[in-house]
Each structure stands twice: as structure tokens, then as C-alpha cells.
Write a protein that binds this ligand. Sequence first.
Ligand SMILES: [Zn+2]
Length: 113
Amino acid sequence: MHEMSLVEGVRQLIDDAAGREGFSRVRSVRVEIGQLAGVEREAFEFCFELAMKGGIADGARLDIVATPGRGRCLACGDEGALAAVFDACASCGGYPVEVTGGTAMRVIDLEVE
Ligand SMILES: [Zn+2]
């Protein structure tokens, strides 16, 4: 499950930030997950809890900000919401729709003490 490697990346980022900024406890972690990032929210939450155990973010609250998918139709040029990577264009029903947003997975910020 690739959520685990994503979460390990988050833990690495937290550890690095703690080393740099000198905090010892993380109260909450805000993460952006795009609708088209291919990340399962439940799996991510589950892995987060596991991966943070014993670290400075053990028990930290996880806030997931889901950003909607966006795409631009190569047939008609319209850009709009895209629910899934292989969906047709909402305006003309055409293909392909180039994904232009909602694929990111990143840490937005940390609440620390
Ligand atoms: Zn179109």
C-alpha cells in the first residue's frame, strides 16, 4: 500500500523540521490530498497513526484537506472539475482530459509545541 510510503515521507519531513526548528511535540498535521492523487483517505489515516507511533507526532491530529480534481479538455479546451482521471469532459463529453489539478499530496503545516 503506497499510503505507507507517503506517510513515512511525512514523518521524515516532521523529523527534519523538528531538528531544524527545535520543537519536541506535534499537536496536529494538516495534509493536502488531491482527489486525483490516488490516495485512499482511510488507508492514509490508518498508516499515519501507525507511522507516527513512538515519534514526536505520536497521537497528533491529522487534518486532511481534500482538493478537488481539475482537468482541461483537449477536444474543446474547457477546464473544470474532474472527478476521476479517466472521466470524459463535462462540457462536450470528449477525450482526453488533461489533469491540471488535484493530484498533490503535501504537508500544509504543523501545529507544534
Ligand atoms: Zn470538452
